[in-house]
Design a protein around this ligand. Structure first.
Ligand code: CP3
Length: 346
């Protein structure tokens, strides 16, 4: 008799057989949910994140509605640097903004050694509430050094990362010091989240795809490798994700991930080749297909599932976050489709 699978999500991360393909969605909590808009209020998202009962409720909303196989903590990649006092806010509809961006070695003093209990006590408190309430694993997360650095240096979301690359090429010593400091932030934050009850971690290097592979290897890989090594002893699956990272997938695996996130631009078979078949893969439905309604979603989701049939270890997800205009009923049907499509390992 087949025993019920306590966590298809964790099993798939570990490339173990699963009773059904696990599914969760990046940005599953957020503006596309009416229940989110009802409780979120109008202040900065950083204020909502600092209220553990509210942040826990928002984390639970998509788990209740969709029956996804994992929850992701309601927080943000800039929360540690904000908590440590760097001076970063999140502007509605824009993203992270910094009034006084990172420019010189003196700015390193604005990033004191990160202490999760002191700088962001509300994050571990939210995780503790969730660990009691949840019946599925909670994914903790952190921003990767490059992506967080890009916000600190640019001062706002960027298209070309000119200021970031200027510092990277022209002041490599300061660049290494900044990325190393941000690696320590990510490690301390992730360790605190796992200590409080998170069962997996995801490192978001959302904008690393702006880099050519040689530059990624030289300027970014050492710091990201440090992050993965710094949480390896915790024994929880480690997911590594970025957008337009098709050319970097092998390097994302090399950094030490157990699971690599794939966006919709790369076929899963290609991603498996590029990662050497050494990791589980997460992805990779185009969020805009979900935005287009159920017919497009069903066609594209079945393509993803059939592309994943030969993989050992697949976690269904979108190739990037749920778009705010997404119809929740389409995501409900999508979860049901993924759960009922027979998995080849049975
Ligand atoms: O459901 C989840 O995925 C968990 C919560 C989560 C948020 N941010 C909440 C949030 C996660 C995992 C993040 C990570 C994050 N934050 C990333 C990496 C993921 C990715 O999208 O690649 C990045 C790049 C950020 C920085 C950031 N924060 C951006 C670009 C934005 C969007 C700005 C906007 O208003 O559209 C934010 C704000 C933000 N973080 C929102 C949410 C739900 C939306 C704003 C709000 O509700 O006030």
């Amino acid at each position: 008799m087949i025993q019920p699978d306590p966590s298809p999500f964790l099993d798939a991360c570990r490339r173990q057989p699963v009773s059904h393909t696990p599914v969760w969605f990046m940005r599953q909590a957020g503006r596309h949910l009416p229940e989110y808009r009802a409780v979120r209020g109008s202040g900065s998202i950083l204020e909502a994140i600092a209220r553990p009962e509210l942040a826990a409720e928002i984390t639970l909303q998509p788990v209740r509605r969709y029956g996804v196989d994992a929850a992701i903590l309601y927080s943000d990649i800039v929360v540690p640097v904000h908590g440590a006092g760097f001076g970063v806010d999140i502007a509605p509809g824009v993203g992270p903004v910094v009034a006084d961006p990172f420019r010189t070695a003196a700015d390193l003093d604005r990033l004191p050694p990160f202490n999760a209990d002191e700088h962001t006590p509300y994050v571990a408190e939210t995780v503790r509430i969730l660990a009691k309430e949840l019946e599925v694993p909670l994914i903790g997360f952190a921003g990767a050094p490059f992506t967080v650095a890009s916000y600190l240096i640019e001062g706002r979301p960027s298209k070309d990362y000119v200021l970031t690359k200027t510092l990277m090429y022209n002041d490599p010593l300061l660049w290494v010091a900044l990325l190393d400091r941000l690696a320590d932030y990510a490690i301390a934050s992730l360790r605190s989240q796992v200590g409080a009850g998170a069962s997996a971690v995801q490192v978001f290097d959302s904008w690393a795809g702006a880099l050519a592979p040689d530059d990624y290897r030289r300027y970014v890989l050492p710091a990201s490798t440090k992050v993965f090594a710094g949480v390896a002893d915790l024994g929880v699956p480690r997911i590594h994700f970025g957008v337009t990272t098709g050319e970097l997938l092998g390097l994302l695996a090399e950094a030490g991930a157990d699971v690599v996130g794939v966006d919709w631009r790369v076929p899963l078979a290609t991603a498996a080749e590029r990662t050497g078949g050494r990791v589980a893969l997460q992805g990779n439905l185009d969020p805009a297909a979900v935005g287009a309604g159920w017919e497009a979603t069903e066609v594209k989701a079945l393509e993803v599932l059939s592309a994943a049939a030969d993989l050992s270890g697949h976690i269904f997800n979108l190739g990037h976050g749920v778009l705010p205009t997404t119809d929740p009923s389409v995501l409900s049907r999508l979860v049901e489709l993924v759960h009922t499509t027979v998995h080849p390992s049975l």
